[in-house]
Design a protein around this ligand. Structure first.
Ligand code: HEC
Length: 176
């Protein structure tokens, strides 16, 4: 295989890996929906408290400890943990010891983004001048899937052109 082909293959494979590494917001959303949404909503109180603004009333370290094992904090007499436990009728929140710090941080990221969307859209007609347009401009950070597919298409196009040129030169040689 020529070195150019190897390079192309490498490029394609690294692109595939890129797609499968979930960005934090998506990861947070996935974990939240499957493991927290039964008791929590970002903006409404359910079995557990509404989580909007939780990163402002608690430190990230506290949140990580609480999510991994809230009862450990309660038993150790952590004031905030005991207070919220009592406030929610002593319903213990189940432990999630398998979630990593990164997992929990991405959940908090997701909570933050959800809380923002709602407060921004609460009264869209109160400030008609600030109405959010229905389209969003492409951003390299958020829409990298799009850019990646675009890049792959460009590479594919170049490859097709190269093959076409080669076929042409071969056929013109065999005719001429
Ligand atoms: C079975 C229901 C249940 C599930 C599932 C659950 N929670 Fe909770 N959560 C609660 C309850 C109830 C409280 C109130 C404190 C208490 O009772 O211990 C709470 C409290 C919290 C708090 C503290 C909020 C504050 O204002 O201090 C955080 C943070 C939290 N939960 C995050 C999570 C995350 C993240 C998940 C998913 C990984 C999750 N919870 C899953 C029931 C649940």
């Amino acid at each position: 295989m020529s070195s150019k082909k190897v390079l192309l293959l490498l490029l394609l494979f690294s692109g595939v890996k890129f797609i499968y590494a979930m960005p934090p917001l998506e990861e947070g959303k996935a974990i939240f929906s499957s493991r927290c949404a039964a008791c929590h909503n970002v903006n409404k109180t359910l079995t557990g408290p509404a989580l909007a603004g939780v990163d402002q009333r608690r430190s990230i370290d506290w949140i990580i400890k609480f999510v991994r094992s809230s009862q450990t904090l309660v038993k150790n007499g952590d004031k905030d943990a005991v207070a919220i436990f009592n406030q929610f009728n002593n319903i213990p929140m189940p432990d999630h010891p398998d979630l990593t710090e990164e997992n929990i941080k991405s959940i908090v990221e997701y909570i933050r983004s959800e809380a923002k969307t709602v407060s921004e859209n609460k009264a869209p007609f109160a400030k008609p001048g600030k109405l959010v347009p229905p389209y969003k401009p492409l951003s390299l950070e958020k829409d990298y899937h799009f850019f990646l597919i675009y890049l792959a298409l460009v590479v594919l196009l170049i490859m097709v052109l190269l093959v076409a040129v080669k076929v042409r030169s071969i056929s013109s040689k065999s005719i001429g």
